[in-house]
Design a protein around this ligand. Sequence first.
Ligand code: ZN
Length: 150
Amino acid sequence: MVAKEDKANCILCKIVAGTSPVSLIYQDENIMVFPDLYPINPGHLLIIPKAHVTSMVDLEPEIAADMMKMAIRLDKAIRKSHFQCQGVNIFIADGEAAGQDVFHFHLHVIPRFSGDGFGFKYDKSKHFLKMERATLNDAAKEIKAILEEI
Ligand SMILES: [Zn+2]
């Protein structure tokens, strides 16, 4: 496995550098857009920052904003294209436990179709269980306090 900080062996840095092939859709000073080589569905696109950033926590907020604005434009473009999707997922895997497998931050724009068979797996015995208000209030209080510090 490639080390998270190993830019020299990062596939997305190689694409940015022009040493790996890409079917380029868009680029500017900070971001790049191209189709995913291993799509969930045809029309699956990636938006990446050109700078090697492993996690979303290290991403410049202005670049994150540019990426989200681009995601909205790509959502529109995919719907107008021949892919004729019925929905779109915007997906970020930030960290190995969240499913990140390429450690150069990237945002997925994924065309979706009814019955396409893709989705999160979950366990009804432990996920989507209604929380007690007091527990939610405790979580809100803690996160609010941290937000004031960062
Ligand atoms: Zn990289």
